[in-house]
Design a protein around this ligand. Structure first.
Ligand SMILES: NC(=O)c1ccc[n+]([C@@H]2O[C@H](COP(=O)([O-])OP(=O)(O)OC[C@H]3O[C@@H](n4cnc5c(N)ncnc54)[C@H](OP(=O)(O)O)[C@@H]3O)[C@@H](O)[C@H]2O)c1
Length: 237
C-alpha cells in the first residue's frame, strides 16, 4: 500500500506515541504528530527536522474543545487542508489519581480521567473520521488490557473503568463509521517502559511501537472493530 501512507498520532511527544511516530517513519510513512505544547516537544521536533517534510507537528489539548475543534478544522481550511489519513491512532491517555480508588475519587479527578481517556478521544475520532480514507482507513485507540471486563482481577479500578468506557464508546463509533468501510481498533500496547508504565515494565517503547504499527498495517481493509494487543493477539472484552 505504498501510495497510502499518512498517519495521525495523537499524544506523540513522548512515550508510546513518540515511538509510534518513529516506527511509521521507519516504514516510509508520513506523520501528523500532535503535542499539547509543540514548542516543548524537543524529541518530536528533532524527528521532524531529521525527516524534512514528513512530520507535521500540530498542537492538540484533548480536553480543550476549542483546541480539539480547531485541530479538526485545520483539515478543512488550515494547515492540514486536503490531507487524507490512512491511519489515525488516538494514543494520549493518563493514569488518573494515584489512589486509583472509586471510593476516594473526587468529582474533579473522575471527570479529568474520563474526559482524557474516554470522552475526548471519541470526540476527536468523530471529528477526524471524515478525513480517514474510506475502504482501507483505520481508526485506532491506545486502550489497555486493563479495560477488559472479562480479564479484570480487581485493582486500578478507575483507570480500568476509563479504558472500558473507551472500548464501549469505540464500539459505538464503529457503528457510525462502518458504512464508510473503516476499520476500528482497540489496542493494548503491552506493559511499556514509559513515564506511565514505569522502569520495571516488561516491554520497550521500540518493541511496543513496532508491534502496534505492524498490527495497524495488517488490519487495513478488515472492516471490523477488534481488541488486539501489540502482537496481534485478540483480547476478551
Ligand atoms: N505504558 C503502559 O504500560 C501502557 C499500558 C497500556 C496502555 N497504555 C496507554 O498508552 C497510551 C500512551 O501511554 P504512555 O505509556 O506512552 O504514557 P506517557 O508516557 O505518560 O504519555 C502520555 C501521552 O499522552 C499525552 N496526553 C495526556 N493527556 C493529554 C491531553 N489532555 N491532551 C493531549 N495529550 C495528552 C501526553 O502529553 P504531555 O506530554 O503533554 O503530558 C503524552 O504525550 C495511554 O493511552 C495509556 O493509557 C500504556
Amino acid at each position: 500500500m505504498a501510495e497510502h501512507r499518512l498517519a495521525l498520532v495523537v499524544g506523540a511527544n513522548r512515550g508510546i506515541g513518540l515511538g509510534v511516530v518513529k516506527a511509521f517513519l521507519a516504514r516510509g510513512w508520513d506523520v501528523i504528530a500532535t503535542a499539547r505544547k509543540p514548542a516543548e516537544a524537543i524529541a518530536l521536533n528533532a524527528l521532524a527536522s531529521g525527516s524534512p517534510g514528513r512530520v507535521t507537528v500540530a498542537a492538540l489539548e484533548l480536553n480543550d474543545p476549542a483546541s480539539l475543534d480547531g485541530f479538526a478544522a485545520a483539515f478543512d481550511n488550515g494547515a492540514l487542508a486536503g490531507k487524507v489519513l490512512d491511519i489515525a491512532l488516538i494514543n494520549a491517555g493518563v493514569a488518573g489519581p494515584a489512589h486509583r480508588s472509586a471510593s476516594q475519587a473526587t468529582e474533579a479527578e473522575t471527570g479529568a480521567l474520563m474526559m482524557t481517556n474516554a470522552i475526548a478521544p471519541i470526540r476527536l475520532a468523530r471529528a477526524v473520521a471524515p478525513r480517514v480514507r474510506a475502504g482501507t482507513g483505520v481508526i485506532a485507540f491506545t486502550s489497555s488490557v486493563m479495560g477488559s471486563v472479562a480479564l479484570n482481577p480487581g485493582g486500578h479500578e478507575l483507570y480500568r473503568a476509563s479504558k472500558a468506557a473507551l472500548n464501549s464508546l469505540t464500539r459505538g463509533l464503529y457503528a457510525e463509521v462502518s458504512g464508510r468501510k473503516l476499520t476500528v481498533l482497540s489496542l493494548h500496547p503491552g506493559w511499556v517502559r514509559t513515564d506511565m508504565g514505569g522502569p520495571g515494565a516488561a516491554v520497550s517503547v521500540e518493541d511496543s511501537a513496532r508491534g502496534m504499527v505492524d498490527v495497524m498495517l495488517a488490519q487495513q481493509g478488515r472492516h471490523h472493530h477488534v481488541y488486539l494487543d501489540y502482537q496481534g493477539k485478540e483480547i476478551a472484552w
